[in-house]
Design a protein around this ligand. Structure first.
Ligand code: HEM
Length: 406
């Protein structure tokens, strides 16, 4: 991996990245025709009709009714219509009236438990918050939320073949496939019977603005409901959970930023968090498959129909042509100097741009704002980096916090 520091000379500044070396050494992108990392070109690609979703090796779910396919896999008009149908769950009003009070309530419980015990595993705390909020968006709110979080976590981890060395998975798949299928089907039954069914019954009587109400109204099959809930869990829970751990770790290492964060208004808090997410995006690659020809910006090989494009989010976010001085430094004032604001490509761009970005940033802001005001809060053990092939990024595990006991 190039650290870039030497090449950039005096403009390189500090290198605040936590995950860059680990990802460069461990994560190999799925098979793609080309890898793109030019910010302007990538943004144009993501906004171009005919550049479709397309992750190698992952076929869209084959359901009886194509209208019940998860919109993550759709493109064009069908995607636009479905995306419009979820817009109400992500409005500033929904954040203010539904999710922020839930975030505060969850943090009341988390902080009380932390203070009672005097220590906690950070990744457990962030999982509970991310899960509670995403499940409010989905509408899985009529069952035991701790058990739901456990089922979701187990489902997200269920493909143990992805954690094996590359040579081992093909050898062991024929032997262990039944274990994988058995474990998954048990978890899916638990998700459906214990959590989706009670939520669906409640919404049949009284619909709300959430995913379950939509699926009940549209008569989704059991399979389609399970897929949609799982897709939201993957998108909403896992990325947010990791990002909060990352941001907490950065705060412990940068007392100056922590002070600015605790003293700052909401806009300044967001600016700090977005810079952290720019440097350590949770998902390193996004994938697209082209149905059209697109000329290359540098006069190289054009993109051809059928080409699979891997977008290297991390590299896009430090593209020297747009990012300005000190590209590896957390600099909340960067947007004032460059014409770009925000978390760059970490939430994607174009029609599939993350609709939950504001929700995730608020979760992180509320979590850290509560955590770092706890008397005696300290880092006992920094997190360890774990490769997450499925999400094409990192997980942060084993981080232990301590505080003064209440
Ligand atoms: C820090 C946390 C998060 C990060 C880094 C993140 C990142 C992303 C990215 C990069 C995409 C675009 C993928 C692509 O274009 O291929 C995306 C899509 C999506 N995200 Fe997030 N996300 C986060 C949190 C959330 C939350 C909290 C929710 C919901 C509660 C959510 C729901 C979604 C959905 C539904 C999509 C699919 C949108 C579509 O295909 O039209 N995300 N996310």
């Amino acid at each position: 991996m190039s650290t870039g520091i030497a090449e950039m000379g005096s403009t390189a500044g500090r290198d605040d990245r936590k995950t860059a070396r680990f990802i460069a050494e461990n994560l190999k992108p799925f098979k793609a025709s080309r890898i793109e990392s030019d910010f302007t070109f990538v943004r144009e690609l993501l906004r171009t009709p005919g550049i479709n979703q397309g992750r190698p090796g992952v076929a869209p779910p084959n359901l009886d009714n194509p209208d019940h396919e998860s919109f993550f896999f759709l493109d064009g008009e069908r995607h636009r219509k479905r995306r419009a149908s979820v817009a109400a769950y992500f409005t500033p009003k929904a954040v203010l009236t539904r999710y922020l009070p839930l975030m505060q309530r969850t943090m009341d419980e988390q902080i009380a438990e932390l203070r009672r015990k005097g220590s906690a595993a950070l990744a457990d705390m962030t999982l509970q918050l991310a899960s509670n909020v995403t499940m409010e968006v989905v509408g899985l709110t009529n069952s035991d939320n701790r058990d739901l979080t456990r089922v979701i976590r187990a489902l997200m981890n269920s493909n143990f073949f992805l954690r094996m060395p590359r040579w081992a998975a093909p050898v062991l798949k024929p032997l262990l496939m039944w274990v994988y299928r058995y474990q998954r089907s048990k978890l899916i039954e638990a998700l459906y019977n214990d959590h989706i069914v009670p939520a669906a019954e409640a919404r049949r009587k009284e619909p709300k603005d959430d995913v379950i109400s939509y699926m009940v109204k549209e008569n989704y099959s059991k399979e389609a409901m399970v897929i949609e809930c799982q897709t939201y869990a993957g998108a909403g829970v896992s990325a947010t959970r990791e990002f909060i751990v990352l941001a907490a770790w950065q705060m412990f290492d940068h007392p100056d930023l922590l002070k600015r964060f605790l003293d700052g208004d909401e806009a300044d808090q967001f600016a700090i968090l977005e810079e952290m997410l720019r440097l350590d995006p949770v998902g390193n690659y996004m994938y697209r498959q082209s149905t059209i020809e697109v000329p290359s910006p540098d006069g190289g090989h054009a993109i051809k129909p059928g080409d699979v494009i891997a977008i290297n989010v991390r590299e896009v976010n430090i593209d020297p042509k747009v990012v300005g001085e000190c590209p590896y430094q957390i600099d909340p004032d960067r947007p004032k100097r460059t014409k770009f604001t925000g978390s760059w490509m970490s939430f994607g761009d174009g029609p599939h741009r993350c609709p939950g970005a504001q929700v995730a940033l608020h979760e992180t802001r509320v979590f850290l704002d509560r955590l770092f005001r706890v008397p005696g809060i300290r880092l006992v053990k920094a997190p360890e980096l774990v490769l997450a092939v499925q999400t094409q990024g990192y997980e942060l595990r084993g981080c232990i916090l301590a505080c003064d006991k209440a």
